[in-house]
Design a protein around this ligand. Structure first.
Ligand code: MG
Length: 346
């Protein structure tokens, strides 16, 4: 097969701020594989937190070209195992190739990915919509921009966390989830969990830094709210060691290496009795649509990437009353919006 990559700069609707980072542009790597006249498309949103850059992801993938020239994606279990071995820690690159492979296989077999996996996307949970850190006025305004979304994920990790949630609670009776992105201590988490529970928050995502996993035992035992691992939940091998420290995990395709490792994480978490969330980065409709195909396996979805950008180069996922649905087309079902000037996404 033949592989090509290109870097696309996705423009954010609003500056997106979390506890450790702020951005206006999200560069992603779009990967296409071509084999037997069929093209499969994938995407990776490289994350500085995981030491990835778009250039490095593209370069790593293109380095596979001589090996790929002799490969077919059809027996994908074997093909992706070998790819994973060659790519090692480059999981963003692996994810981009994994998504392109599943898109290709679905197109080749003439079926949407969810059907190949035996899933019914109408059983998917509704998605949350994420509000980044901003002035309280701006955060209130953002909530009113998405009235269809009745689950709001609020980024926290500021000196005014409780004040923010209280102000937002005055505006809406939507379900709230909060993400501290590693910014809290054990004491802060326990204290805030009480106040946040009283404000109708459902759970807390990643309160402590990832290197303080042992301290999560105390949080797990004493927190008023359930805690979900994100920065601690990267690859399948992480899942068993999170049992007894978190109530659930957040899976992201680009962190773990795509659909195949994501499915392994689902099975491990279910075996251990943990809840599962599927999240995204600020990425285009390619990644978000890929995620919708396995959405029915999840307890919680956070797939709002395409809603946060203004120049999505693809169309695919549709939000039906905040439930993200994959298209009923073969593979991932994504379509390029073409060479026309990239306008506001519909
Ligand atoms: Mg998170």
């Amino acid at each position: 097969m033949k592989l090509t990559t290109r870097i696309v700069n996705l423009q954010l609707r609003h500056t997106f701020t979390i506890a450790r980072d702020s951005k206006d542009v999200s560069p992603v790597v779009i990967t296409e594989i071509e084999h037997d006249g069929i093209v499969g498309t994938g995407e990776a949103c490289p994350n500085r937190y995981y030491n990835e850059t778009p250039e490095a992801v593209a370069e790593t993938l293109e380095g596979l070209s001589p090996w790929l020239a002799k490969k077919s994606p059809l027996a994908y279990e074997h093909f992706l195992d070998e790819a994973a071995e060659r790519l090692g820690q480059h999981r963003g690159a692996l994810s981009s190739l994994d998504l392109a492979t599943f898109d290709w296989v679905g197109r080749k077999l003439g079926q949407p990915l969810y059907r190949l996996l035996g899933l019914d996307p109408r059983r998917s949970p509704k998605s949350s919509y994420t509000i980044g850190i901003d002035s309280i006025d701006q955060m209130v305004e953002k909530i009113h921009e998405v009235p269809d979304f009745r689950i709001i994920k609020i980024k926290l990790g500021t000196p005014r966390d409780i004040e923010i949630v209280r102000a937002l609670r005055d505006e809406t009776d939507a379900v709230f989830r909060v993400d501290a992105n590693c910014a809290w201590s054990v004491e802060e988490t326990l204290e805030k969990s009480k106040e946040l529970a009283a404000l109708g928050v459902e759970f807390i995502e990643q309160p402590l830094p990832a290197d303080q996993l042992e301290s999560m035992e105390e949080v797990y035992a004493k927190s008023t709210l359930p805690v979900i691992a994100d920065e601690n939940s990267v690859v399948p091998a992480d899942v068993p060691r999170l049992s007894g420290k978190f109530h659930g995990i957040n899976i992201k395709l680009v962190k773990c290496g795509g659909i195949r490792p994501a499915l392994r994480m689902v099975h491990l978490a279910r075996t251990l009795g943990m809840n599962i969330m599927l999240g995204c980065m600020v990425d285009s409709s390619v990644s978000a649509t890929a995620a919708t195909h396995i959405g029915a396996l999840m307890d919680y979805l956070d797939l709002d990437g395409p809603l946060l950008i203004t120049n999505d180069p693809y169309r695919g996922v549709e939000y039906v009353d905040a439930q993200p649905r994959p298209p009923d087309r073969p593979g991932l079902g994504v379509e390029s919006r073409g060479a026309a000037p990239l306008s506001e996404s519909a």
